[in-house]
Design a binder for this molecule. Sequence first.
Ligand code: AMP
Length: 215
Amino acid sequence: MRLILLGAPGAGKGTVAKLLTQLDGSVQISTGDILRGAVAAGTELGLKAKEAMNSGGLVSDDLIMGIMEERLQEPDCAKGFLLDGFPRTIPQAEALKGLLTKLGIELDFTVEIDVPRDVILDRLTTRRTCSNSACQAIYNVKSNPPKQEGVCDKCGSPVIQRDDETEEAISKRLDTYDEMTAPLVGFYKNEGNLLTVSATDSQEVLKAIQDKLAG
Ligand code: AMP
């Protein structure tokens, strides 16, 4: 399957993407994970991205499109992909459209995961992430804590609060979403291929996507 997952930070895009990968071997492509990996590795990309990320702003469209143009041509994308956190601006959505046409790839549809603001705020302030950039497993201190406090169940690395998950950065990220990314809902509605799911339960979102895929 080839889907775009749209939704505010904390809406559950990553969780739903991981569930979907188990269905047919499609890969999750999270620009946030790629960027955090680059920051941790101290690469040139990481250095360029770090400031915008920590302040809750966006990395430049050019950098993101450079990453995605390469990523979408890697062999593991042949089985399908779930775009998680990309596109995030109208210029990225326009550029993605051109890139997919150039590569001869057709999307199934775009999913908007619509979750109330108070749920999002609660989730983001209680979210914890594995610090190992190759893992980046997600936990929640209330609803899904690691078995041993502060230690990743999957790889044993420390589980931390992301630098951009302080209250100040979260509030900025949500403002950035409203200003820069929410307009994509209208963009994909106009394209005629948008599924909106208003649900806080990832299994419910998964079910709605499976139903639409089944036609
Ligand atoms: P995420 O894990 O998707 O919340 O992304 C973390 C941060 O990475 C965002 O707050 C942005 O600073 C940056 N980022 C991720 N994806 C994009 C994108 N498509 N365009 C611009 N910045 C991005």
